[in-house]
Ligand binder design. Sequence first.
Ligand code: ZN
Length: 135
Amino acid sequence: MSLHIMYDHQCQKCAAYYIPYEKGIVCPNCGLDEEEIYDIVPVIVHSAKYQMDTMGFYTPIAWWTGSFGDYVALIIFQILDEYNKQIEMEDFQEVASKYCNSRSWGNQLYMKNHIHELSYKVFLGLQTVTPDKAS
Ligand SMILES: [Zn+2]
């Protein structure tokens, strides 16, 4: 099983999907600053950690995308795995940047930097998670 992220959010003005994960995150498509804040970082960190603890890697083999949050999380899991399997020892930001640049975003190009930044937050969050098995 996998831990899903049930969260959807669309900009009130332009209807673009994005995650207002902290104060000051504006719509990456039109720049609207909305009231809503949903701190998705710990939720994705929790799901990623669960995945790593049970499977040994981040990207679930089968991932049913039930929400926009799931869609975003899947991309971030893939970036985390890219980072782990690279042998060049590049830092996370470089790996995330390459991944986001090589990915096809269709008509959602506004998401590229948005998800790149969010992936870095998740990466940092994973560094501070205390292992369950710590004694
Ligand atoms: Zn917008």
